[in-house]
Design a binder for this molecule. Sequence first.
Ligand code: THU
Length: 131
Amino acid sequence: QIDWKMLADRAWAARKNAYAPYSKFFVGAALATESGEIFTGCNVENASYGLTICAERSAIFAMVAGGANRPRAIAIYTPTSKPTAPCGACRQVLREFGRDLMVLSFCEGGGELTTSLASLLPEAFGPENLG
Ligand code: THU
C-alpha cells in the first residue's frame, strides 16, 4: 500500500533542493514511515568534498529530526540513464532504522529498480548486534 507514484514525485521534487555545485549530480530522496509520514532529502556537498552527504542519508536525518524513526519505503531519483542503488555508506545508515525497508530507484532515463535493503546489505551489522 505504498503510494510509489507519490513517493517518486516527492523525490523528484526534492532533487531541486540538492546543493551539488561540484558534481552537478542532483539527487532527491523521499521516504515514507510506517505511520505514513513523508520526509525528503537531497545531497548536500561541501567545498571540503569528503563532507558531502547523500540524498538518502539526508532523508533519514530529516526523518529523525522530525521525530520519526520507522521508515518503510524510500524512493531515490538520480539524473542518470539507468537507476542507481544507494551507496554503501547510505545502506548502513538506512539499515539502522529500516531493516525491512523497501527501495525504489528511478532515473532520468526512465528505468526503475525495485529492491529491499536486505538485498542491498545482506548479513548486516545493526543496532541489535550491540550488547
Ligand atoms: N549521491 C547521492 O546523493 N546519492 C547516491 O545514491 C549517490 C551519490 C550524491 C553524492 C554527491 O553529491 C553526488 O551524488 C556525486 O556522488
